[in-house]
Design a protein around this ligand. Structure first.
Ligand code: GLN
Length: 202
């Protein structure tokens, strides 16, 4: 099987490790540059992007991770992970940096305070039969994608309500990101999609 790392500085690491293992990958936590060098793909979990940014620098992992993603290491980010994989950020804190990899502008905490957390069903491009069996998406102080570059594929939009039409899942080459948290719902289809991307590359 392929080996997929989960960035393990902060956030919901265990949930991603479990979902990846159930999706047929070998999943390993990554805290050091040498651990990063040993994986075929990397997951950046949900959590708090500002904290992860600081920890990435403290662990001297910021540049190695940026370099790895730039060189084509497949990456999947959920929620805070989406923010970290975005080339541009709106609503970040002073001095907040991102790893980048996706030619998108992401808006942090985009859905507003009154809807800190919400759930909805989504059709996600590339997820088998999500038209008949939608992906149940859980959003927790989530970002949305405000702008996508010409090479970025939109995988999902919010179907209805105040945020209708907002982009919440994207892919560019082998980099995927979702505003929501499939790792906590038991639906493995997004993790399987990512494991497939990693396998196809090897
Ligand atoms: N609001 C968080 C951030 O800015 C993301 C929340 C999450 O990952 N659940 O990083």
């Amino acid at each position: 099987p392929v080996t997929v790392g989960v960035l393990a500085l902060q956030g919901d690491v265990r949930e991603h490790v479990a979902a990846l293992e159930e999706s047929g990958a070998r999943a390993v936590p990554v805290r050091r540059a040498r651990e990063l060098a040993a994986v075929d793909g990397i997951v950046v979990p949900g959590g708090e992007s500002t904290t992860m940014d600081k920890l990435l620098r403290a662990f001297e992992l910021f540049e190695p991770l940026q370099e790895a993603v730039r060189s084509g290491l497949p990456a999947y980010g959920s929620c805070a992970g989406m923010i970290l994989l975005a080339d541009r950020i709106a609503g970040g804190i002073e001095g907040q940096r991102t790893i980048g990899g996706l030619d998108i502008t992401v808006r942090r905490n985009a859905f507003g305070r009154q809807v800190d957390s919400f759930e909805t069903d989504l059709v996600v491009e590339g997820v088998p039969d999500s038209v008949d069996r939608p992906v149940h998406a859980v959003f927790i102080r989530a970002p949305w994608v405000e702008e996508v570059g010409p090479g970025t594929q939109v995988l999902a939009r919010v179907p209805s309500g105040e945020a209708a039409g907002r982009i919440v899942a994207v892919r560019e080459r082998d980099v995927v990101a979702t505003s929501f948290h499939p790792e906590i719902t038991g639906d493995l289809r997004l993790h399987r999609l990512f494991v497939q991307i990693v396998s196809d590359r090897g």
